[in-house]
Design a protein around this ligand. Structure first.
Ligand code: CS2
Length: 506
């Protein structure tokens, strides 16, 4: 046991578990990096919706690097649903540990979050922050499904959006909260905040803008006009592999810190954040923390979604069917790793206009290396969640581009078929499907016969996922073939399908 853990035990014997907090920061082992500024001198300038592991491991760490020079950009973190993060971090004064998974891991305590709120329980406090002129930036990591998007705006039929349109002063959705805050500012003559999406969606800022304007227009066209004219919604590309926190991490952190942290987070050492430089309400000097501020980030954005997230999903679905647990395990399977590399080089790269700063070979090699990182246990199941939201943005655009260019789509379709087989397997085994469309997917999965000609058509009726590709006979044929090739969806069937898909297309 380490000396720090020993000290912790003595303290616990006397007073109960000692928590990470402002008061205990000074007692941490010297090698643990901690805020290099006076936290009491910082003030909230950013409201963040969705303070899950990714935000705390990525964006909050960048902000932490800036607060010494610009103390007025600290974060008020708001959970839209559960009280878990607030209950874990409030007793810790918003502090938590970030483990950077090097060998050995490097630990830092992040101090950028000054306030943590749970929106359903602290409505007035959230509204007060959103209305506060000192808040000039609202950032979001609410995952793809949190935006409630339709093809060109917001999905007014989504229960949360329907609720918020009927009760705009008591919002439950992120879009509803953003517009409620903007309404309060408009009424008070305060300029709008900038809204920065940090989720893995192509053109995330444009889509957020359309959703906010669509929602606002349905409430009050004047408000929508003001937002459209005055507010900005920069696009951003975020990247850092962040496995979910678990009890093992909590135990390791307690041992290393000598105090308890109820919710540490972990990520690979690599992180990238590319942000379109369009902040009408001002911004911190993000570039000082290593953020790439850019005029046009669309190419970065597509390159990352298509070359990192799509292969991730390929490993998740095909690897899960093969009975594998983590990304590193999946990369140790030569057939699967080879398939994924071909997918990247031969199927995805030709659909991309890569920014000058990105060399395709080097980018692919670096991503594959990151996937192989043995220090990271990134569970395939975590990546497999929310397939109905991820598959369209990660894969279907590439398939549409490949078809338009007359190239083969067998390998790409094998990944989509892998998702469908995964859904069928989960549904038949009575295992949970974590997805906003879980009910529909579970029903389709239970009804599936295993026969490709019968199973594919009902899945393709999920317009929110498959339109407009579902009306392209080339896609339907390739997907049906791929689903059939995956057969029973066991390890042997997947392995032979991987080979067959490569041969069919070479
Ligand atoms: C992953 C991403 O869970 C997933 O779907 O593909 O979270 C991925 O790890 C990050 O986008 C990497 O930046």
């Amino acid at each position: 046991m380490s000396r720090a853990a020993d000290t912790q035990q003595q303290a616990q014997a006397a007073t109960g578990p000692v928590r990470l907090s402002d008061a205990t920061l000074a007692s941490l082992p010297a090698e643990v990096q901690r805020p290099a500024y006076d936290r009491d001198a910082t003030t909230v300038g950013i409201v963040h919706f969705g303070p899950g592991a990714f935000h705390r491991a990525h964006q909050a760490a960048y902000v932490d690097d800036l607060l010494a020079g610009e103390p007025d950009w600290a974060i008020c973190a708001v959970s839209l649903h559960s009280a878990g993060v607030r209950d874990a971090l409030q007793p810790q004064d918003g502090l938590y540990t970030l483990a950077l998974l090097d060998e050995p891991p490097r630990l830092r305590v992040v101090g950028a979050i000054r306030e943590v709120l749970c929106a359903p329980q602290q409505r007035e406090a959230v509204m007060a922050r959103l209305a506060d002129p000192a808040v000039r930036l609202v950032t979001l990591t609410i995952t793809e499904k949190g935006y409630c998007l339709s093809a060109d705006g917001v999905d007014a039929a989504h229960p949360d959006i329907a609720h918020d349109l009927a009760a705009p002063d008591a919002p439950v959705s992120a879009i509803g909260w953003l517009v409620a805050g903007l309404r309060a500012r408009h009424a008070a003559g305060v300029a709008p905040y900038t809204m920065l999406s940090c989720d893995n969606l192509a053109d995330n800022g444009l889509r957020l803008r359309r959703a906010v304007l669509d929602f606002a227009r349905r409430l009050d066209p004047t408000l929508a006009g003001w937002i459209g004219a005055e507010a900005s919604f920069p696009r951003s590309m975020v990247d850092s592999i962040t496995p979910a926190s678990d009890d093992a991490l909590r135990a390791r952190m307690a041992d290393a810190l000598g105090v308890e942290d109820a919710w540490p987070v972990q990520r690979e050492p690599y992180a990238q954040w590319v942000v379109e430089d369009d902040f009408r309400a001002g911004r911190p000097a993000f570039e000082r923390a290593g953020v790439v501020m850019s005029g046009d980030i669309a190419d970065f954005d597509r390159a990352k979604l298509r070359l990192l997230n799509a292969p991730h999903s390929a490993l998740a679905y095909l690897g899960s069917l093969m009975g594998l647990e983590t990304v590193a395990d999946a990369m140790r399977d030569a057939a699967l790793a080879g398939f994924v590399e071909r997918l990247m080089r031969d199927d995805i790269v030709p659909t991309l206009a890569l920014p000058d700063a990105l060399d395709a070979d080097a980018y692919i090699a670096a991503i594959l290396e990151r996937f192989r990182n043995p220090a990271i246990a990134h569970r395939l199941a975590q990546i497999a969640w929310d397939g109905s939201q991820k598959v369209p943005v990660r894969l279907l655009g590439t398939i549409a581009d490949a078809l338009a260019a007359g190239r083969g789509i067998d390998r790409l379709c094998l990944v989509v078929a892998g998702w469908l087989r995964f859904v069928v397997r989960q549904a038949r085994a009575g295992e949970a499907i974590v997805d906003p469309m879980a009910d529909a997917l579970t029903a389709l999965g239970r009804d599936a016969t295993g026969d490709a000609d019968r199973d594919i058509a009902p899945f393709l009726k999920l317009d929110a996922v498959f339109a407009p590709l579902s009306s392209d006979p080339r896609f339907v044929a390739a997907l049906t073939r791929a689903y059939a090739a995956l057969g029973g969806g066991d390890r042997a069937a997947v392995a032979s399908a991987l080979t067959a898909a490569s041969e069919a297309q070479s």
